[in-house]
Design a protein around this ligand. Structure first.
Ligand code: DCP
Length: 705
């Protein structure tokens, strides 16, 4: 534990059965009665998303549907989430969460809102003051047990004799058996008791909390005693606690990283990771992740609590399960508009209240593949307008790019959409935004003539976080990655896999596809500055086109852009300064037309970097086809093999007796189709590639209305 770690006092405060509490506050007469909140009522009484503790005592769980809850507990009250535009309207829960945050902020602590109903607080400064004040007035500081009425200390007593546990802890403190950190955690616990009491007094909501030296430990501690209780996890007891604590319940270890540790290293508890040398972890993962894991398993987590009381993103998603899956452009377009209407409305409200503007729209799509679900996220720069139709069109264009069938009206698309999510983020405050626009947004015209003082970037193909839509059937606010698994975030200096709410393994899966394997997800950030015809061609040329044009044209020819005197209504987002890597993280994906928009000195730099890289990379990228011994690019080999397979099958058909010829061809055709259907998206992409080959970017987008 670093010196820094010792000094931090962090808590996670999580509301108890939050949605039910919000409903109970509206209906005070029902307090104390078993109750659930359900979403939608169409099928078996709706999906349960929150269960109060009275109902839990009678066996009701979040995995049940409303009807099952009633069977278990006939008195159970079922509150229904209000609906707007055919989807859940979470406004009242969101507003309730905001009230709680306001109370926390009044205590002068650093508050980081983590989801709709939980927040981390860093109370180090306030606790340090409490500690030094107590030392100044009384050398033999004593803490009164009454100051900790709902507190537990891990390793000191348990639920049946917690008072004894607290007394034991306080006795050890007063006898000098504890260190300064133990004292500070105790003061932290007193402060959190006060905060929780104030939250109850001002909002009527009960909550639970975990108090420890960092976020990971605080989150773990919070789940130990609920409801309306708080738990301190002293650092000295962490290793003992970890000896039995399942690692999949630990924040950041619920996803693929945790899976690798479980499957490849046979780790089931946190203590099992401690047995693995740092070097081995570094070799298996990467140096940063290995070191991070090494310390994480020892209870060290340096992630800071960042002062943030506003949500990092504003968004919503909707699941379309079973027959409700979206199978046409019209349905997709309709729902994108509904989702964008909600996001747009909330963004406008947010702009008014919080004086900030979102700069990035993220679309998340889950598709039902033949074998397993598949999801992807794509990011689209947002201009200052939050116009819902424009946002929806941008999303639809992006989806059309992924799955060209979507571009055709009145056609049943082969791979249906089972979830759509739209979320806006990357907020900048209004003032900053304006000055940035003045300084750094340049028109296409000035960029093309090289007159613009600042550079302008589009078509960045950078990877950013990979999101997967959660496998539950509830429509939720997508906020702070709440309920969305985020993997391999490169923030905080480490690669990590994050799964929020990991202390709560229960998720509502009632309506989700049974036994679905984990969806595969990919992410690529692409630019779509505006959907006006002119800019479409400029902005949407990453991926296939970019890579082809680079690979096939040597020496590189810069496209000559025609100068138009027409002002370009939309302006392409830019950044203040660029490194080549920021602009074009993958030099194989450089889009020449995008490049042409940059100032000449940057164009030159990028071209030099491409040339330099080409020599070193070329050989790595080539593979030899074992059938025809032809050298091909690695990414082309699969497609090439398909070609051989098809030729072989065709040869076979041609030797079939003519009487059965047509049947035989048909069957072989099915064989090819079957093979294709096993890789639905890949094949779609291949088909798309084939189609795209003969088109220009402009004609591609020209097809869209
Ligand atoms: N929620 C949702 N869909 C889910 C899970 C939760 O819409 N699949 C909503 C309803 C919850 C709120 O988020 O009230 C907070 O989720 P929690 O996991 O914190 O659960 P609760 O607050 O309901 O209960 P607990 O007391 O266990 O924290």
């Amino acid at each position: 534990m670093s010196e820094e770690e010792k000094k931090r006092v962090v808590a996670l405060i999580d509301m108890d059965c939050f949605y039910v509490q919000v409903e109970e506050r509206e209906n005070p007469g029902n307090k104390g009665k078993p109750a659930c909140v359900v979403q939608y009522k169409k099928w078996k009484g709706g999906g349960i998303i929150s269960v109060n503790y009275e109902a839990r005592a009678q066996g009701v769980t979040r995995q049940m549907r409303g009807d099952e809850a009633r069977e278990k507990c006939p008195d159970c009250i079922l509150y229904r989430v209000p609906e707007q535009r055919g989807k859940a309207d979470l406004t009242r829960y969101r507003d309730g969460g905001k009230e709680v945050i306001d109370v926390m902020c009044s205590f002068g602590v650093c508050v980081e809102r983590a989801s709709i109903d939980e927040a981390y607080i860093d109370m180090t400064l306030v606790v340090d003051k409490m500690f030094s004040d107590s030392r100044a007035t009384d050398v033999d500081t004593e803490v009164n047990v009454e100051e900790l009425p709902n507190t537990h200390f891990v390793g000191w007593g348990n639920e049946t004799n917690d008072v004894k546990g607290v007394c034991g802890w306080l006795q050890a403190l007063s006898q000098g058996d504890c260190n300064e950190n133990d004292w500070k955690l105790t003061f932290g616990a007193i402060l959190v008791e006060r905060i929780r009491a104030a939250v109850y007094e001002k909002t009527g909501f009960r909550c639970s909390a975990g108090i420890a030296n960092n976020k990971m430990l605080a989150k773990l501690a919070c789940g130990i005693n609920k409801p309306n209780k708080q738990t301190v996890l002293p650092f000295r007891n962490v290793q003992e606690f970890f000896s039995t604590f399942p690692l999949k319940k630990v924040r950041n270890l619920g996803g693929k990283l945790g899976l690798a540790l479980r499957e490849e290293f046979n780790c089931t508890t946190m203590a099992d990771i401690v047995q693995i040398p740092e070097r081995v972890l570094q070799d298996r993962f990467d140096s940063k992740t290995g070191t991070w894991l090494y310390w994480y398993a020892r209870g060290v987590d340096n992630e800071s609590v960042s002062s943030r009381t506003l949500p990092k993103s504003i968004g919503c998603n909707k699941n379309f399960t079973g027959l409700a899956a979206l199978d046409s452009r019209e349905k997709i377009s309709h729902w994108l508009e509904e989702l964008c209407a909600e996001v747009s409305e909330r963004l406008e409200k947010d702009r008014e209240t919080n004086n900030r503007t979102a700069k990035l729209l993220t679309l998340t799509v889950r598709l039902e593949g033949d074998i397993r679900p598949y999801s992807y996220t794509r990011s689209i720069p947002l201009t200052s307008s939050y116009e819902k139709v424009r946002m929806a069109n941008a999303c639809l264009a992006v989806m059309g790019k992924e799955n060209p069938c979507i571009k055709q009206a009145n056609t049943r698309i082969p791979v249906v959409v089972t979830c759509l999510g739209v979320s806006a983020g990357k907020f900048v405050d209004q003032l900053e935004n304006h000055s940035r626009i003045d300084r750094f947004f340049v028109t296409k015209q000035s960029a093309l003539t090289g007159k613009g003082k600042e550079s302008c970037a589009t078509g960045q193909g950078s990877m950013h976080e990979i999101n997967e839509i959660n496998e539950n059937d509830t429509d939720q606010e997508v906020e702070e990655n709440e309920l969305v698994e985020t993997e391999l975030e490169e923030t905080k200096g480490i690669s990590e896999i994050e799964e929020e709410n990991t202390t709560e393994p229960e998720r509502n899966t009632a309506n989700s596809a049974p036994e679905c394997p984990e969806p595969v997800s990919v992410n690529r950030e692409i630019s779509l500055p505006s959907l006006n015809q002119e800019n479409r061609g400029i902005a949407n040329k990453s991926g296939f086109f970019a890579s082809r044009s680079l690979k096939k044209s040597t020496p590189i020819q810069m496209p000559i852009k025609e100068f138009t005197s027409e002002p370009v209504p939309e302006i392409v987002a830019s950044q203040e300064s660029f490194s080549i890597e920021e602009l074009f993280p993958d030099l194989n994906e450089v889009d020449m037309e995008t490049l042409a928009l940059l100032p000449l000195h940057l164009q030159r730099q990028v071209l030099q970097a491409i040339e330099a890289r080409k020599g070193s990379d070329e050989t790595d990228k080539l593979v030899v086809c074992d059938k025809c011994k032809k050298q091909l690019l690695r990414e082309e080999i699969e497609e090439h093999k398909d070609f051989h397979l098809a030729s072989e099958l065709q040869k076979e058909f041609s030797v079939q007796p003519s009487a059965s010829g047509s049947l035989s061809v048909n069957m072989k055709g099915q064989a090819v189709a079957k093979k294709s259907s096993k890789r639905p998206l890949k094949n779609q992409k291949n088909i798309a590639k084939e189609t795209k080959r003969s088109r220009t970017i402009d004609s591609f987008f020209g097809n869209q209305s």
